[in-house]
Structures are given as C-alpha cells and as structure tokens.
Design a protein around this ligand. Structure first.
Ligand SMILES: N[C@@H](CCC(=O)N[C@@H](CS)C(=O)NCC(=O)O)C(=O)O
Length: 223
C-alpha cells in the first residue's frame, strides 16, 4: 500500500490525494511536517518538501506532486485526468502549472506563512498587509476561473481533469485560512461547490490542522 507523507494544509498533497481518490488508488496517510527537517524524511526527499509517495513493498519513493501525478496517470488507466487530444493535454498542464505556481506563490504560500507558520512555528503575529495582498490576488485568480467556467464546464474543457484538482486543492487551503472571499464569483463558487460534494473531497474538508480552525462556510457544500 502506498504511504503518502503530508500535512493537512499542504495543497500539493491535497491535489495528489484528490487524484488518487478519483482513480481509486488506496493509500495510507503519514503525517510529516517538512519544516522539522526529519532525517528519515530528508533521506526520502532531499528537497525536504511534501508530498512524498512511498511504496515499501516495491521499495519505490516518488517526490514532487507533478512528477507523482504524471507517474500515476501513466501507470493507472482508470479515470484519466490528463486525457484527450495533445492540445487538450497541453491545456490541462498549462492550468496545473498556473495553480501550482502562480496561485501558490500569490495566495496559498503567503496565507500559509501568515496564518499557519507564524502561529505554529515562528510564534509571530500575522502581517495584515501581506494578508490583504494575498486576498486581493485571490480575487484576480477567481476572476480567471469565472472567465473559464463561462466558456467550459470544467477548467480545461469538457471533462474534469487534473487542472480542476490542482485548482481546488490550492483554493481549499486558501479558503481554510480565510483567504477566499467568494462574493462576486458565482461561476467559481458553483464550480467549487460541485467539487466539494465529491467523495474524493469530503475527507479533506473534515480534517483540521492543529489549533487552526477554518471559517464556518469551509466544509459546507453550499457555502
Ligand atoms: N513543486 C513541489 C512543491 C512542494 C512544496 O512546496 N511543498 C511545501 C509544503 S506545501 C513544503 O514542503 N515546504 C517546505 C517547508 O515548509 O519547509 C510539488 O509540487 O510537490
């Protein structure tokens, strides 16, 4: 059985969990706080980042969420999440990069720093200006999702794909940390609430990160 090393608010681990669940791949969750720099963890992933996917029976260790998602796509046929024509697949990969890189840098990473790391690790107060800037940039990203959903049923086209999983994973962490204001984003809200009711998403929404509590609408399917 796969062992997934992660912590509840790691968006890249969330993307992987969504993919594994949608493809029906079983796994065990192993809690890892990458900032602690545990020796055994650094041996598995010298980059010191979650997620890491390990199969003790095969002696196989995979690192980096995008490399792992591609591996699972190549080895498990069920529910292709990077499918369609070459052009469709390029569009899926473009959007995965947009959410893994731009959304993460603009919104999720600053929210994690200000609301999680400063509280749990650095024992510092959050910087209100940095939080306002992250929330402003979240609006820009939600406007782009509104634009896409006005034109397609799912972010990258006619069917759900890894692009939707990557976006929902980032947004769910930002939402947990109070960084998402859904007002004025009906298309994004509708797309995300369909997602929230999927069996793959429910376990993520019920998990909590230590002493940090999400806003009341966070796990509400109609919220
Ligand atoms: N490109 C990597 C990014 C992984 C990443 O940045 N993970 C964060 C947690 S969300 C991490 O482990 N950071 C190290 C730390 O917090 O010390 C991936 O897709 O897996």
């Amino acid at each position: 059985m796969w062992q997934l090393y992660q912590f509840p608010l790691c968006p890249f681990s969330r993307k992987l969990r969504l993919l594994m669940s949608e493809k029906g791949i079983g796994y065990e969750l192993w809690r890892e706080n990458p900032w602690e720099g545990r020796d055994e963890f650094l041996t598995m992933n010298p980059a010191g980042r979650t997620p890491v996917l390990h199969d003790p029976d095969k002696g196989l260790t995979l690192c980096d969420s995008r490399a792992i998602c591609e591996y699972l796509e190549e080895t498990v046929d069920k529910n292709a999440m990077i499918g369609g024509t070459a052009a469709n697949r390029a569009e899926i990969r473009r959007l995965v990069a947009l959410f893994d890189e731009n959304f993460y840098d603009d919104v999720t990473a600053p929210m994690l720093l200000e609301r999680m790391k400063k509280r749990l690790i650095l024992r510092q107060a959050p910087d209100a200006k940095a939080l306002r800037q992250a929330m402003k940039l979240a609006h820009e990203h939600l406007y782009y999702i509104d634009y896409l959903i006005d034109r397609r049923p799912w972010l990258a086209g006619a069917t759900m794909s890894l692009a939707d999983l990557a976006a929902a994973a980032q947004i769910s962490v930002a939402d947990y940390l109070g960084g998402i204001d859904w007002s004025g984003h009906e298309q994004s809200r509708g797309w995300y609430s369909v997602f929230k009711s999927r069996p793959s998403f429910r376990p993520l929404l019920s998990e909590r990160m230590d002493v940090i509590q999400p806003p009341s609408h966070y796990a509400d399917v109609d919220g």
